[in-house]
Design a protein around this ligand. Structure first.
Ligand code: CUA
Length: 388
């Protein structure tokens, strides 16, 4: 060893390596920061499409402006002091006058921040109350009966949506259930009743509204009214386990124009229908496998005599997403994959590889010893993909 024993610290080479490692970490952090800035525009919370998102964006800009002004004043003052009062060559420095216990200044730097905090707090509290009950603030939406109610339940790692019948005055009766992709009408107040089946999740569609925690044992409302038709991407915003990152949300805002074939009422009507029976041999086999493998223990398929008898309110039987119209969704696995027949097959075959800790694998395949081969997965995908 050519190491200098008089030195107890690292050698030059070791230090160079440490420096290199630190540099790579710093580069990685910088890269992540920069890249998170170029997220897809669909998730930009400042590109708002609803009044409640406007409120959040307003607070963002307001706080940014207030803080920028404060930062500017502090930095300008600091730079001025450094330049003007710097040590000059050849000049003997004297201790400047000390101002400890200067009553006027003490009062000033107590009052100014207090006023700033009060100025920020008042609109914040007003907005909190407005967001909690937008009807009272919006006389145009005073009719509480004219709104869409959806029960949202966060589960590891997907979202269940129970659409509540507008005919039920108690707002309890479920029309149908779907998963991950939420559809709402444009220009109509939507009330989500958000809860969780297991751990704390958070429902967040940045362009549409702020976050709402999904907490087990509690139900919190979230209100919004989307102004523009379109597709908006969201994400579970609370670290909730292995596949938290794969707990996506897609929100479709449909027009309410009766002449538009893609309007909200048509979507609801299609979802209310039962599942289409299989028409091909392979799909028929897929359906048989779906039943014989025990998939119906967790998944509902309405109207096809598969899990028809189960009451929709029986949540315990809805461990997995309702698959009545799974083929009509654009994604599977809470946005983990695009919904294609091949991807469905992959998902059925290897859920654990696509989504770490997937309940379907851990408490289904693994615990119950269910085995699915290529041919079986192919047949089940053929059956499910046709459930439009
Ligand atoms: Cu659910 Cu993160």
């Amino acid at each position: 060893m050519l190491r200098d024993h008089s030195q107890s610290g690292p050698t030059m080479i070791e230090r160079a390596k440490m420096f290199r490692d630190r540099l790579s970490v710093a580069a990685l952090v910088a890269m992540t920061t920069v890249m998170s800035g170029c997220d897809t525009p669909q998730r930009d919370m400042l590109d708002t499409v609803s009044e409640s998102a406007d409120k959040s964006a307003w607070f963002y800009y307001m706080l940014l402006s207030v803080c920028s002004v404060i930062l500017f004043i502090v930095v300008a003052w600091f730079v001025y002091s450094v330049v003007v009062f710097r040590a000059k060559d050849g000049v003997e420095q004297e201790m400047p006058p000390q101002i400890h216990g200067h009553t006027q200044m003490e009062i000033m730097w107590t009052i100014i921040p207090t006023l700033i905090i009060i100025g920020i707090t008042i609109p914040t509290i007003k907005a909190i109350f407005w967001l909690a009950s937008p009807w009272e603030a919006n006389s145009a939406d005073a009719d509480e009966n004219n709104h869409v109610v959806i029960d949202v339940m966060g589960k590891q790692w997907w979202w269940e949506y129970d659409y509540i019948s507008p005919e039920d005055p108690d707002r309890k009766e479920i029309m149908f259930s779907t998963a991950n992709e939420m559809h709402v009408p444009v220009g109509t107040m939507v009330q989500l009743r958000v809860t969780s089946a297991d751990v704390i999740h958070a429902f967040w569609v940045p362009r549409v509204s702020g976050k709402r925690d999904a907490t087990p044992g509690r139900t919190y409302p979230l209100y919004f009214k989307v102004n523009e038709p379109g597709e908006y991407i969201g994400q579970c915003a609370e670290l909730c386990g292995a596949s938290h990152a794969l707990m996506g949300i897609k929100l479709f805002a449909h027009s309410t124009d009766p002449d538009d074939p893609d309007n909200y009422d048509n979507w609801v009507a299609a979802q209310q229908k039962g599942a289409q029976p299989p028409t091909s041999t392979i799909a028929e086999r897929g359906k048989e496998l779906f039943i014989s493998k025990g998939c119906t223990a967790c998944h509902n398929i309405r109207g096809d005599a598969v899990t028809n008898a189960i009451h929709p309110r029986a949540r315990t039987r809805k461990t997995g997403p309702d698959l009545t119209h799974v083929g009509s969704r654009t994604t599977i696995g809470a946005l983990a994959m695009t919904n294609t027949r091949d991807n469905l097959k992959e998902w059925i075959l290897r859920p654990q590889e696509i989504k770490q800790g997937s309940v379907m694998y851990v408490y289904g395949y693994k615990l119950l010893g269910i085995e699915v081969n290529e041919e079986e997965a192919e047949a089940m995908a053929a059956y499910l993909f046709r459930l439009k």
